[in-house]
Design a binder for this molecule. Sequence first.
Ligand code: ZN
Length: 261
Amino acid sequence: MLRLEMYDDVTRVVMSTAISRSIGYEVSAYLVRGVLIDVGFPAVARELAAVLEQARPSGAMITHHHEDHAGNVQLAAHAGLPIAASEATLHLLRARPRLAPYRRIIWGTPPHLLAPIIPFTSETLRLVPTPGHAADHHIVWDAEREAMFGGDLFLGVKVRAAHAEEHPRQLVASLRAAAALRPTRLFDAHRGLVRDPVSALLAKADWLDATVDAVDQRIAAGWSDRAIARALLGREELAYHLSRGAMSKINLVARVRATHP
Ligand SMILES: [Zn+2]
């Protein structure tokens, strides 16, 4: 399912499936300045094709390779839409990464990226590297209008569950770098419009920074990942069970341990 919401110069394209709605989850692409930011997941391929047909964007910009954001790159590229994405993102899409079964169930299985990419550049929108959530993660920044399209950079202040590729220390640095751009509007790929974005980004950076410090101290004291996760983050929640452990609090601790400088 797909619905549109308007925010002045920005159109939010909200995408969901019956399964994703049942767990309170939706993903947004955005249309701004005639450009589509992210292209959604395979289960909404047909509806997205209709949006492309109607809105006729001049290009698409992709925040990162996860299938809920980049799942229709093959469709868009095959339709001849120019695409801006990092080399790392395109490489991952062409390599067709293995997806955990729960992700295929929620979002559908993306087709292999085989179509040639026509490169896209915008005069006003820029991809800014913000690794952490994923190594290839970027935000899209409209400096003139102080609008930020955050992909999965923010998601919420206290996100206690992580997947196995996250880099919490890099994420803290990316959040601070994004806040330093002083956005007045932040459009999050899952939360929509975030009010007071500089405070929100810094609140998340501060919480994660303090959490990483606390984890580091307990690692130095010889604690196990499980004991640290229990003490600092609490019991595993719904995301853990739905993802069969792919999204977990213990992952956040393990990723702090794995990225110890
Ligand atoms: Zn993601």
